[in-house]
Design a protein around this ligand. Structure first.
Ligand SMILES: [Zn+2]
Length: 88
């Protein structure tokens, strides 16, 4: 079980990744607050899980990025038909 000041891995919202933390507050046998050793931010212990929001945003961003880069590299794809309609 963790103790105050113990090393603990957790997801840091500021660093946006799992970093080394120290236990800053306990509730019974559970760490409830941790201190990020990278940015010194104290936050709720997330049980080393990224919040749903961050994950969704991150995944969405990655998807957008992938689709954008995919479109840019896929220049062989024909342009959209909409522009042609304007000509006729
Ligand atoms: Zn941090």
């Amino acid at each position: 079980m963790p103790r105050l000041g113990d090393d603990i891995d957790d997801y840091c919202t500021k660093c946006k990744r799992t970093t080394d933390h120290s236990v800053a507050a306990m509730a019974g046998e559970e760490a409830v607050k941790v201190l990020c050793r990278t940015c010194n931010t104290e936050h709720k212990y997330r049980h080393n899980r990224s919040g749903k929001m961050e994950m969704t945003t991150e995944e969405a961003f990655q998807k957008v990025l992938a689709s954008v880069t995919g479109q840019m590299s896929g220049t062989n794809a024909p342009p959209k038909e909409k522009k042609k309609k304007k000509l006729s």
